[in-house]
Ligand binder design. Structure first.
Ligand code: ADP
Length: 593
């Protein structure tokens, strides 16, 4: 019954840990990347909307004021005033100043002023303010130079007098074909900084020189994005666009691509997603900077949720796995318990069977006792007689007869020893040792045991011719003897009171194709035979047709079980010529000599 059992599966945490970490990384890294992609796309979208808003706002503001200098340059008040000055007349500027002041107020511009062809301001909307432009020369400004060339001058700069940032449009004023002066409007654009609604997003407006001209972040205003070379710094100073501001760079420590239209910048410790658009008319680059902390926060949140979900799933899986392991362990234990019980019961049954065999043997011995008594008494009486005679012949000196008597005594004691030997071996208890057994020996032994009973039936004939080659079978000799004694005892009983009582014992080898080689031992008698109705019950324990005290009904049932234990069979049938035939079939040992 012993089987190779698999030990119960143990969950070894140590062995699983690196695998678990690998699995978590394999699942969470793509989740982190996917969620940060989604969040970045959303941020990109929001940045693009902000960019459109600031870009459109700036371009609308500039477009709204671009017409103003041209319009003013056509005004008679302006034209006449400048023509008079050009002609060398001294003219009172009050009327022009008030006109410019009023126009400035209506247009919502920062300043409007007139310059002579030499760049000196001769009338201004801020004529009455302390920081008036009147008297100031702006010939160095490119917008003046462009206007003097007959073009639309446009420029942005930090006001040299006002120190306020502004955008300038300028136009020449003509008297016939002669340029008599330049009219300039300055627009304040710092409103965009004050009105910037979003606290999270930042914007910057830079020129080709990478100087931040406008920004929602006051720290970044009028500073270069990156450190300038000394040549760049010198050129900037000479242009006087930004006055005397300090030129220390904001410093972008890291720049990389952040998708199709965006860049990633790191300024200080903050990371930004940057979207930019070039405004050609103003020569500006407008950029919106969106902090990427929201992307990181979103990805971390999604990944944390993923981690919690995975850990929960892992926990559930672990609990399920443990339950399965416990169930398997329980099943193994239950099976082991069952097997132990089966083994115990089998051992108990075997013991009971052995005891039954022994009891049956003792019963058979009891039945044989009378015959044995006779068998031993006869030689004893003869020995006594021989011994008595020998004493007398010794007294007469007939040593030859004494010797003959002693020889007879020896023979008789040998016969008695043979009988007791048979009885002893018959009563022996066997555990069942299957070895190669010569069946003819078992037949001889059984016949010797039954001899006393057989001899009581006059004319009884036992037909037994051992086969030419030794009939070997795989069996327990004592068990085969036991079976034969039972069969022969029944046969002897069956032939009692029959005419020409006869028992026939035969051994033959049976070789059927595709079957194991077997050997058959049959005991046939010419008794009344077996009632066909009782044949199916014949091998049941305590089945007997004999009267109480005569039969136990154990002989055949024990014989049947012993035959089975040896891997053989025991069958009963009636012979066609009358009488019963019992056939014991056993596996052969493979040799028959
Ligand atoms: P018991 O001999 O004590 O009755 P057995 O188990 O040896 O027990 O036999 C059971 C029964 O089988 C017998 O009572 C008898 O009816 C029948 N039987 C056995 N051997 C023979 C035989 N050779 N001829 C006829 N009947 C037999």
């Amino acid at each position: 019954m012993e089987q190779l059992r698999q030990p119960p599966v143990e969950y070894k945490h140590g062995a699983f840990r690196p695998l678990l970490i690998l699995f978590l990384l394999a699942a969470l890294i793509p989740l982190y990347l996917a969620s940060s992609n989604i969040a970045e796309e959303q941020l990109n979208e929001a940045a693009s909307q902000h960019l459109a808003r600031i870009y459109n706002g700036l371009s609308t503001t500039l477009a709204r004021h671009i017409y103003l200098p041209a319009l003013l340059a056509e005004q008679n008040a302006v034209k006449n005033y400048l023509s008079d000055l050009a002609d060398g007349h001294t003219t009172n500027p009050d009327a022009v100043n008030r006109y410019l002041e009023k126009s400035n107020h209506i247009a919502g511009t920062s300043d409007i002023y007139l310059m002579t062809p030499h760049g000196t301001t001769v009338a201004a909307s801020n004529w009455n303010l302390e920081q008036t432009f009147i008297g100031k020369n702006f010939s160095f400004r490119p917008y003046f130079q462009e206007a003097m060339q007959g073009k639309l001058g446009r420029y942005y700069a930090l006001g040299s007098t006002s120190k306020a940032r502004g955008y300038y449009f300028s136009r020449p004023v003509y008297d016939g074909n002669n340029v008599t002066g330049v009219v300039t409007t300055k627009i304040s654009i710092s409103d965009f900084e004050e009105n910037w609604p979003d606290e999270k997003f930042e914007f910057i407006v830079t020129g080709p020189d990478e100087m931040v001209f406008l920004s929602s972040n006051s720290q970044w205003r009028l500073r270069p994005l990156e450190p300038l070379s000394s040549a760049q710094e010198k050129a900037l100073r000479e242009s006087r666009r930004y006055g005397k501001v300090k030129l220390d760079a904001i410093g972008i420590s890291q720049k990389s691509r952040g998708g199709e239209n965006a860049l990633h910048w790191r300024i200080g410790k903050s990371d930004y997603l940057v979207q930019s658009r070039i405004m050609n008319t103003a020569n500006w680059t407008v950029s919106v900077l969106a902090p990427t902390t929201s992307v990181t926060n979103f990805s971390v949140l999604v990944t944390s949720i993923g981690l919690v979900v995975l850990l929960l799933a892992g926990l559930l899986l672990g609990v399920w796995w443990q339950r399965q392991a416990e169930r398997r362990l329980f099943e193994i234990r239950a099976r082991e318990e069952l097997e132990t019980k089966v083994e115990q019961r089998t051992a108990e049954l075997r013991l009971a069977q052995e005891n039954l065999v022994q009891a049956a043997k003792m019963a058979a011995l009891g039945e044989l006792a009378a015959g044995i008594n006779h068998e031993l008494n006869n030689p004893l009486t003869a020995i006594r007689a021989y011994a008595d005679n020998a004493t007398q012949f010794l007294a007469h000196g007939d040593s030859e007869t004494v010797e003959t008597n002693l020889g007879e005594i020896t023979k008789l004691t040998e016969r008695m020893a043979a009988i007791t030997h048979q009885l002893k071996s018959f009563s022996r208890k066997s555990q069942g040792e299957i070895v190669c057994v010569d069946l003819s020996v078992a037949v001889e032994n059984a016949l010797a045991i039954l001899h006393p009973r057989l001899s009581r039936i006059s004319d009884a004939v036992v037909e037994w011719t051992p086969p030419d080659s030794k009939p070997y079978a795989m069996a327990d000799l004592i068990w085969v003897e036991q079976i034969l004694v039972n069969l022969l005892t029944n046969a002897v009983e069956a032939i009692q009171n029959r005419e020409q009582p006869k028992i026939h014992i035969a051994i033959r080898r049976q070789m059927k194709p595709e079957q194991k080689d077997t050997i058959c031992l049959s005991v046939r008698d010419n008794g009344p035979g077996i009632d066909t109705e009782v044949i199916p019950n014949l091998f049941e324990p305590f089945f007997t047709t004999k009267s109480v005290g005569k039969g136990l009904g154990l002989g055949l049932s024990i014989s049947y079980r012993l035959a089975k234990e040896m891997g053989g069979t025991l069958e009963a049938r009636n012979h066609e010529d009358g009488g019963a035939v019992f056939t014991l079939t056993l596996p052969t040992s493979g040799k028959m000599q």
